[in-house]
Design a protein around this ligand. Structure first.
Ligand SMILES: Nc1nc2c(c(=O)[nH]1)N[C@H]1C(S)=C(S)[C@@H](COP(=O)(O)O)O[C@H]1N2
Ligand SMILES: [Mo]
Length: 201
């Protein structure tokens, strides 16, 4: 039976709202780990989150400082380009809107590049990040975000394929011109809209 226990016809949430499952996707109740490279293990006393680039108030935050920022809870679906979708993930963290209030991006900033462990990067337009369901998350479904799933901190962009939801986030860089990330240069479509099936080039 594998991880794909229920299909779109049977799940009551999808029956009630067929739009929730993008075309070509299959539901999973389990949470697969999809990582290129190995899971990093940080010394949290030395860990930092860098917020910089085209912003008026760049910041370097310690773990304690991240946890003291105003917290947000978002319930959102997750769609991987390899065709699994996991509904109703509860994420806790800091909204991108609150982060933007902190660093004050300039008008010239049109994209944000997420920099992660192992040189993984991805980029997201600022309009997409302005959506109220976008956050940097440190908890998932009531527990601290497991390391394999991006703990201590990951970006979550629910309305894009999940490779935009960068795990092991270390830096957000506001930039004027888009910069293709790891998967985007390796064959994934930079638009990444699951409802348009923007999967590959
Ligand atoms: N740093 C980093 N972030 C990443 C990845 C990765 O390999 N490295 N994989 C992406 C992909 S393709 C998916 S589907 C999701 C998977 O998240 P999960 O392992 O928590 O399910 O993380 C995304 N973020
Ligand atoms: Mo993925």
């Amino acid at each position: 039976m594998g991880i794909f226990r229920r299909d779109r016809v049977q799940d009551p949430r999808v029956v009630a709202d067929p739009h929730r499952l993008p075309p070509g996707q299959v539901l999973t109740d389990k949470w697969p780990v999809l990582s290129y490279g190995s899971t990093p293990h940080y010394d949290m006393a030395k860990w930092r989150l860098r917020l910089d680039g085209e912003v008026d108030k760049p910041a370097i935050l310690t773990w304690e400082e991240v946890r003291q920022l105003p917290a947000t809870t978002v319930t959102a679906d997750m769609h991987c380009v390899t065709t699994w979708s996991r509904l109703d993930n509860t994420w806790e963290g800091v909204s991108l809107a609150d982060l933007a209030r902190l660093v004050q991006p300039r008008a010239s900033a049109r994209f944000v590049v997420a920099h992660c462990a192992e040189n993984y990067t991805t980029s997201v337009p600022v309009e997409v990040l302005a959506d109220s369901d976008v956050l940097i998350a440190y908890r998932h479904d009531g527990v601290e975000l497991p390391a394999d799933h991006g703990g201590p901190l990951r970006l979550v962009v629910p309305k894009k394929y999940a490779w935009k939801s960068a795990k092991w986030l270390e830096r957000l860089e506001w930039v004027e011109h888009d910069r293709l990330g790891f998967w985007e240069v390796n064959g994934y479509n930079n638009g990444a809209d699951p409802w348009k099936e923007e999967r590959y080039w």
